[in-house]
Design a protein around this ligand. Structure first.
Ligand code: FE2
Length: 258
């Protein structure tokens, strides 16, 4: 990837001033900023994450729970009461710092979710959507073998995409549900749909104008992208095929202002 040239993904450290990162994001033709993070092996809570990844896939919206309360809920249930206390606290602190960072960038409160299952629908190019006036999303997938791919809006034929999703959305929803419930492989479930499967592998869908200007966030890095609202366009993205069998521990922080 990153073979298109001329539009590298802008990078920023987490310690940068939020206003500077916001500028980078707003000036990025791709609508994304990459933020380097330590690899899983270097994280103090790697054993906790590995233990969670050994369990059935789950998703949890924190809602009003603080990160340490939410992680305690998941951990006590899946790994037994009081397991991994120091690791839990360290991960909660990192999640809280990322949520504060996203909130400052957006000037809005952050909502946090974590998930460990893979939704095959993420392999199809899309923009994330919310109903608030303005929103951005910070993603940190921990322990995924590959990153998220992004492309600019002008590389997507919007009318073709609409037609594609009109036809495919119900089938993708069914596929997501089936994978979540059974853990079956996408390539087995859609063996009878070779063209759609090939597009999921390559990212070269019929509505993509040019497969060259597709860029990939580094595996294990965090990234921030625009979310579509009634007032602003979102960033086009998809998951790399390589993540389908190892979705990792995904931290999803959405900062949105009404
Ligand atoms: Fe998405």
């Amino acid at each position: 990837m990153n073979s298109g040239g001329g539009q590298p993904v802008p990078q920023s450290p987490l310690e940068a001033a939020p206003a500077a990162v916001r500028c980078l994001l707003d000036q990025s033709p791709l609508g994304v900023v990459e933020i380097a993070r330590p690899p899983l092996d270097a994280l103090p809570y790697r054993a906790f994450i590995a233990a969670l990844l050994g369990k059935q896939g789950f998703k949890l919206d924190f809602n009003r729970l603080a990160p340490n309360e939410a992680l305690a809920l998941v951990s006590d249930k899946l790994l037994g009461p009081g397991a991994f206390m120091p690791e839990r606290a360290a991960l909660a602190a990192d999640i809280a710092a990322l949520a504060a960072f996203a909130g400052e960038l957006a000037g809005a409160p952050s909502a946090i979710a974590i998930r460990t299952y893979f939704a095959p629908g993420d392999l199809v190019w899309h923009v994330d959507r919310v109903n608030e006036r303005t929103a951005l999303r910070l993603l940190w997938p921990v322990g995924r073998p590959a990153g998220m791919q992004v492309t600019s809006a002008d590389n997507v034929d919007a009318a073709l995409h609409r037609a594609y999703m009109h036809r495919e959305h119900p089938l993708l929803s069914r596929l997501d549900t089936c994978v979540m419930r059974t853990g079956a492989a996408v390539e087995t479930l859609w063996a009878h749909r070779p063209a759609q499967l090939a597009a999921m592998v390559s990212g070269d869908f019929p509505f993509i104008r040019d497969p060259a200007p597709i860029f990939e966030i580094a595996a294990g890095a965090a990234s921030i992208h625009h979310v579509q609202t009634p007032e602003q366009p979102g960033t086009w993205h998809r998951s790399s095929w390589a993540n389908r069998a190892a979705p990792g521990f995904q931290i999803v922080i959405t900062a949105a202002a009404a």
